[in-house]
Design a protein around this ligand. Sequence first.
Ligand code: PLP
Length: 376
Amino acid sequence: MRFERFELERIQSEWEHRVQYNLAESGVMALQLSDIIDETDFQNQFLNQSLGYPQTNGTIPLRELISSQYGDLTADHITVTNGCAEANFITLLGLRQQQGDRNEMVMMLPNYLQLWGLGNALNYRMKPFFLHASETEWTLDIEELKHLISRKTSLIAICNPNNPTGAVMDKDTLKAIAELAEDVNAWVLSDEVYRGAELTGPITPSMINFYDRTLVTCGLSKAYGLPGLRIGWTISPNSEVIYDLWSLTDYTTIAPSLLSDMVATIALQPANRKKILDRTQTILRKNWLIVSHWLKEHQDLLDCIPPKASAICLPKYNASINSVDLAHRLIQDKSVLISPGDHFQMPNHLRIGFGYNGDKLATGLNLITEIFEGIN
Ligand SMILES: Cc1ncc(COP(=O)(O)O)c(C=O)c1O
């Protein structure tokens, strides 16, 4: 087994705390603890809390709060993990173990490439299907997907809302994917960590509503602005598979942090959850105006399909520089961090995060233009 370097995470880990303008963050500006809990409650609930191990698949109150977002599902249908990253990790590992000689993984691209790297390490035969750029949106060709699926398909991996494009697949598309998966009894692994960060329209539909052999991975890092808590989860209508996935966390991290479980339980109380997601959407809608104005001013250079959800967009640029070189020039010359398109298998694109402080975002965008002016 060999893990290829996860380039996207490496460049972010190395630079996000060293640059002045971090336009690589894909979630919304992080909340403070004091946004979630006041001082008196904090003293009452936290200061005398003994720091033993928590329930290792997440406390029942937390699992009940999360599962209540998914119709009839209960605390037994979910295991809480350290971030959506651990949820993806144990879920794919669990499927690989369970599925024996079914060794094909059909995966949506472009995408956050954690599952891609992990699939390769686990010796899956990787079969990509693509989101295609039309004039105004990213679309999926169901016929193309159909041709990739076989009796060897273990799972179809999707990311909805999508990182890096911000595309959202609607109910009809999800139903069509469910039908294709059902034909061969494959699983669908749906990473929905950006769900709740919609720029327009209602909340993105969850794949869980359309197919029983779905495993949804999610967490509080993006739409909820709480990445430092490292709270994620896998949820499925199939509680037996969830039980098996929980046992894999005995080998990874054993349990989520007790303090994070407690904060997450407060953040996900219905009134707090609503407040948090409203804040996210307000920031994103306001900041998207800054980005779209900038894109309009530089139409000759940049072409971008507007995102429907998430705090990111993926403009294509018209300049003769490789996207990784562009990212390093931006770091060195302007102290701006973006994510290179090549880290999503999308050369000549750059991913810009706009869930940021509006003034810093505007300055960062102007610095990107200055770099391009020096190239063209
Ligand atoms: C689609 C997707 N899934 C999972 C993750 C990892 O999330 P977390 O920070 O909750 O582990 C990310 C992080 O960028 C992501 O974009």
